[in-house]
Design a binder for this molecule. Structure first.
Ligand code: PRP
Length: 217
């Protein structure tokens, strides 16, 4: 039997995913130990887990280097890869929002040269183009995006908001909500044909665990 490879987004999503896999009898306990290893095997079930940067999960899955991936909808929207999105896992919940100083709320649609800073550049561009019929200047940042309006790099940002704490502590607000975000179970299109039974078995079991309340978020 061939190994099925599952790509997990390093960090909190991977932690929660591991608990979920343990509940359906897939052993990824080795990943829980403090280690710098990036690849782990459950020999009994012929599963390999790989730990990758969130933004790279869709890439590994689209190319078939991983059969399955668990990654946030934010990353899927930004990366725009050709994958099967099979389950909304319900954890990692947050919102993709346009944020800025509250004073920008009424001006957002009237400012001509609106600058939008974001890690989610494709999401930001398509939101303003498709929902508002306008092009805006997109400024790419890698993190701490909330800084941009504070130092005059942009008027607003497009970013994920979970508790709202980062915004509050920096004097910013949600101006508009773009969409809800949560972790998704995605599958490579060829793997879905070649390994259909094994993948559907995992999907069914995961759905069972989720129906019973899932894992702690
Ligand atoms: C994310 C996001 C916000 C923050 C939102 O940043 O970009 O900055 O979390 O969470 P909150 O609403 O609960 O405050 P992350 O921690 O991923 O770091 P980053 O600045 O590198 O993007």
């Amino acid at each position: 039997m061939k190994y099925l490879t599952i790509a997990l987004a390093k960090g909190r999503l991977a932690e929660i995913s591991m608990d979920l896999f343990l509940k359906i009898g897939l052993d990824c306990s080795e990943m829980k130990e403090k280690t710098r290893k990036l690849i782990f095997a459950d020999e009994k079930n012929k599963i390999k887990f790989i730990l990758v940067k969130a933004a790279d999960v869709p890439t590994y899955v689209e190319y078939g280097a991983a059969d399955i991936g668990i990654v946030g909808k934010d990353t899927l929207l930004q990366e725009g890869r050709n994958l099967y999105e099979m389950i909304d896992l319900g954890f990692g919940q947050c919102r993709m929002c346009v944020c800025g100083p509250l004073a920008m709320k009424d001006k957002l649609d009237s400012i001509n040269d609106l600058r939008v800073a974001s890690k989610f550049t494709n999401v930001a561009r398509s939101y303003f183009f498709n929902e508002k019929g306008r092009t805006v200047e997109i400024i790419t940042l890698q993190g701490s995006v909330e800084l941009a309006p504070l130092v005059g790099l942009s008027e607003v940002i497009v970013d994920i908001v979970e508790t709202g704490k980062t915004l509050r502590e920096n004097g910013l607000d949600v101006l508009e909500t773009i969409c809800d975000i949560s972790a998704r179970f995605v599958v490579n299109r060829v793997s879905m044909k070649m390994e259909r039974e094994r993948i559907l078995d995992i999907v069914q079991k995961l759905k069972g665990v989720l129906a019973e309340g899932g894992v702690e978020n």
